[in-house]
Design a protein around this ligand. Structure first.
Ligand SMILES: [Zn+2]
Length: 234
């Protein structure tokens, strides 16, 4: 337990409010104070009125707050909503991997050039041991898994219902933490894979439009980016 004192003089007595903090949890977070992944303690406080340093009355509760173990600064608990740098990198790697699989599932895995481009993009994103064979196998397994008679929309059918759900689950939590340029970058990597064997197929276009939506890019921007990528030789 630690205390923080705010004291004021009233007449001859020294009165103050002292906050007594209790630790109610801990973990790792991104500290906006000292700028990095740090351990934190979650604290709740009780205000006590003190006279001459002696706690006399309970004056309500304080917090909860998050205290950085490194710099000791206090933050509102919504600071914990932001992923740590480590977690963020993992989310980004996973996003690129999932987009890659979705585009491959829509465009077919028969082209060597497409698989080569795809594996290169996934490795660049940080999954160093990704191979063409690995991507090929995952897409085949997912395609077999989906089976006929799905009731999902055309875009979902194009990349498999399971992948459509996966796309939203992976991209949605990432989107708020990524600047527009970063979100566009994820979409454009998908576009590069789709374009590796020529213009977008209808299915590839649908999947990439779905990716743009899951990344919270507006439909017009997504369409414009996809068109611009198609015009630019890679
Ligand atoms: Zn800190």
């Amino acid at each position: 337990m630690r205390t923080a004192k705010g004291q004021r003089a009233t007449g001859l007595r020294i009165c103050g409010i002292r906050t007594v903090w209790d630790t109610v949890g801990d973990g790792e977070f991104f500290c906006p104070g000292c700028g990095g992944d740090r351990n934190y303690q979650r604290l709740t406080g009780r205000h006590r009125l003190t006279v001459l340093g002696l706690p006399l009355l309970n004056r309500g509760s304080a917090g909860p707050v998050v205290e950085c173990v490194a710099c000791r600064a206090h933050f509102a608990t919504d600071t914990l909503d932001r992923p740590t740098t480590t977690r963020f990198s993992a989310m980004l790697r996973e996003a690129v991997h999932t987009v890659t699989l979705a585009v491959l599932a829509a465009g077919g895995t028969t082209s060597r050039t497409v698989l080569e481009t795809a594996a290169g993009i996934v490795r660049d994103a940080g999954l160093d041991d990704c191979t063409q064979e690995q991507l090929f196998t995952i897409v085949e397994v997912l395609a077999a898994d989906t089976g006929p008679g799905g009731t999902a929309g055309p875009a979902a059918e194009a990349c498999g219902a399971a992948l459509a759900i996966e796309l939203h689950e992976v991209l949605k939590p990432l989107a708020p933490h990524l600047a527009v340029a970063g979100r566009e970058g994820v979409l454009l990597r998908g576009a590069r894979i789709a374009l590796a064997d020529g213009p977008y197929s209808q299915a590839e276009r649908e999947v990439l439009t779905m990716v743009g939506g899951a990344l919270q890019l507006c439909p017009a921007d997504t369409a414009e980016l996809l068109a611009a990528a198609a015009r630019t030789p890679s």
